[in-house]
Design a protein. Sequence first.
Length: 95
Amino acid sequence: MQFLIDGFRHSGWANRALLTACIEAGAERLAAASEGMYLPLDTILRHAAMVETVYLGLLGGATSLEHDPETADPGALLELQAGVTSGYAALIAGL
């Protein structure tokens, strides 16, 4: 069980760190096309937030979407990620 707890905590930490760095980079830079990238970074971040939310829901955790991941800015994605991290913690506590 500790393995799951550690994994979800690490995931939450890593996603927070990534989103914080992206906020500091600025919206214009995130939306720009980059060599070697199939999609702009902001699109990839939105997709990752949606996948995390859906995954939590499939595991049986509560998902409350205050922001639509498809249109959210990085700050809103950070809030959404905090909710997902809390959802994982609650899910594990209920096991």
